[in-house]
Design a protein around this ligand. Sequence first.
Ligand SMILES: [Zn+2]
Length: 178
Amino acid sequence: MLGVRARTYMDRGEYVPDEIVVEMVMERLSEPDAEKGFILDGFPRTVRQAEELEQALAEAGRPLSAVLKFSISDEMAVRRLSNRWTCPACKRTYNMEFKPPAQDAICDFDGHELERRSDDDELTVRRRLEVYREQTAPLAAFYRTRDLLREIDAQAREDAVTARTIDALADLEEGDGA
Ligand SMILES: [Zn+2]
């Protein structure tokens, strides 16, 4: 039902109200596979959403254990995203500059032709960075005051960032939502 309500906003080209988005997230978190914990990726994106989410999670007795912030320069974000190609079959991602496939534009694993997301061109990436700065960057302060923020320097190679991420979460107990 919530999905349908969200759909009607999107069909009209309007933003789905934060309350409905948070309700949808909470509904998803009540499913069995989220029982032991969960990771939210790309949500919340605004302080308003973070406030709504905080309240809903408090009511459910499932507060966040940690918030990760991956920091990279604008230039690196542009280089990574505008060179990103994805396999439509297995969803593996490649980067033509940093992690190219063995054969030009072909997936190493299943031979499918790689695709590029339409919003990954440089101009769109720069616009997304502006929106990020305006709407999402203030979340860092929001979560820092709650002592949840863990910043990760993500400028490095993928495997180094993975190691840093695991380190940053090492002190969390199993079963905590993050
Ligand atoms: Zn593939």
